[in-house]
Write a protein that binds this ligand. Structure first.
Ligand code: GBH
Length: 426
């Protein structure tokens, strides 16, 4: 089976991971600036210097032959303090980027929030504060007003589950709170902000609008009822919590405090979306917790699979199962799907493991499509090696190698492979 005509091949990045220039263009401070200033951590101060080198990066994408580029807007470039009118210099940067893409026939796919919250909003409680949802809608309106005529697909949030978990439950990411289940309001407020932003954007654009979720099939390790129940609980938390309410089904039972969810919130969250953005890396192994453990599940490594430089298992079947599972779970309520991130960390400019990884995952998408899932596009994470959050610059996900001393870009073996795949599927 060939990919249908009009299937979108793309690459993804995010603002804090590539832009650098954190003090330029009137940009305010984000939670990631604050977080990385501690304990000698790597920072995104320079990252890939994309803020200055975007034209070179767009030229690389034109060579690659992609149909679309998914990037994110840094909220603190648009509203340095998280509120108030748009900063013209911030808008101007994304204006230039969008026009450069369109000039090369590359569709701009814009994510409004990929984790770099203005620090001023974190000072008011960040996503634990319900107000942040309303601030987010105002920000969405400003970006919509500026770019609504040219962006081809809109994505409100990137991976609210991961942002809640690593940012608010374990503290591995900014803003660094370790609240365990106390983090759940950060999920609800992100989803509320998503719904409000969808409504704001509708007035500004006719382009499709959605969200990009991280999905991980919960694979029970061990066959006891308790193992199956633990896997179901993890599935509800990681996957269903960020999908059921979008599709009008309300929240699964995951212990979200009833007082956090106000009357009318679920209607706002269920504002119709035009597609579902799916970021997939790997399934999660789940077992019953030991007696007295703090969480209702125990996450365990999946044995028997190759692993990437990050230690994550390579499981293309997980992607096929995930997509086919959506069809079973949501049926007619399931909108078309874009794979908004898929990729892996490996060293080297010659990267046959990345080629094998991407090839097997593209085939998993094909298999899901053959089983009836409506997938419209596939975006590789990432165009460039970049700032990999808690791991700094030690994990390389790019199709293009970046020398972080010289900023020299070198296309990898996987870049040529992806270019050939795109050409062959036209
Ligand atoms: C995405 O998050 C982000 O959107 C992106 O910014 C980031 O650079 C990219 O992925 C690569 O990290 O079961 O122990 O093997 C991905 C979130 C969380 C997905 C950890 C994979 C594996 C945990 N990831 N998960 S494990």
């Amino acid at each position: 089976m060939r990919f249908p005509e009009g299937f979108t091949w793309g690459v993804s990045t995010s603002s804090y991971q590539i832009e650098g220039a954190v003090k330029e263009g009137g940009r305010g401070t984000s939670i990631w600036d604050t977080f990385t200033q501690q304990d000698g951590r790597a920072t995104g101060d320079e990252a890939c210097d994309h803020y200055h080198r975007y034209a070179e990066d767009v030229a690389l994408m034109a060579d690659l032959g992609v149909d679309a580029y998914r990037f994110s807007v840094a909220w603190p470039r648009i509203q340095p303090e998280g509120t108030g009118p748009a900063n013209p210099e911030g808008i101007a940067f994304y204006d230039r980027l969008v026009d450069a893409l369109l000039a090369r026939d590359i569709d701009p796919v814009l994510t409004l929030f990929h984790w770099d919250l203005p620090q001023a909003l974190e000072d008011q409680g960040g996503w634990l504060n319900r107000d942040t949802a309303y601030r987010f809608a105002e920000y969405a309106d400003l970006v919509g007003a500026a770019l609504g005529d040219r962006v081809k697909l809109w994505i409100t949030l990137n991976e609210p589950f991961i942002h809640m978990t690593l940012g608010y439950a374990t503290g591995e990411h900014a803003p660094g709170h370790a609240l365990l289940f106390g983090a759940l309001p950060a999920a609800h407020h992100q989803l509320l902000g998503h719904g409000l932003a969808v409504q704001a954007l509708r007035a500004r654009t006719t382009s499709p609008i959605s969200i990009a979720n991280n999905y991980s099939p919960a694979w029970p390790q061990g066959g006891t009822d308790a193992d199956l129940a633990a896997a179901a609980t993890y599935h509800a938390l990681h996957n269903r919590m960020f999908t059921d309410p979008l599709l009008g089904r309300g929240y699964p039972e995951i212990g979200l405090d009833e007082e956090v969810v106000k009357d009318g919130d679920l209607d706002i969250i269920a504002s119709p979306i035009d597609f579902l953005g799916v970021n997939y890396y790997n399934p999660t192994g789940v077992q019953a917790p030991l007696p007295g453990a703090p969480l209702p599940f125990d996450l365990v490594a999946l044995d028997g699979y190759p692993i990437t430089d990050f230690g994550w298992p390579v499981v293309p079947d997980g992607l096929r199962d995930l997509l086919v599972g959506f069809l079973t779970e949501y049926g007619d309520a399931l909108p078309p799907i874009y794979i908004t991130e898929s990729g892996c960390a490996y060293e080297g400019v010659d990267d046959p493991q990345r080629v094998a990884y991407l090839d097997s995952h593209v085939n998993a998408v094909k298999a899901a499509m053959a089983a009836g899932v409506d997938v419209r596009g596939y975006f590789v994470w990432s165009l460039l090696d970049n700032f990999e959050w808690a791991e700094g610059y030690t994990k390389r996900f790019g199709l293009v190698h970046v020398d972080f001393d010289t900023q020299v870009r070198t296309p990898k073996t996987s870049f040529s492979w992806y270019r050939d795949l795109i050409q062959a599927s036209r």
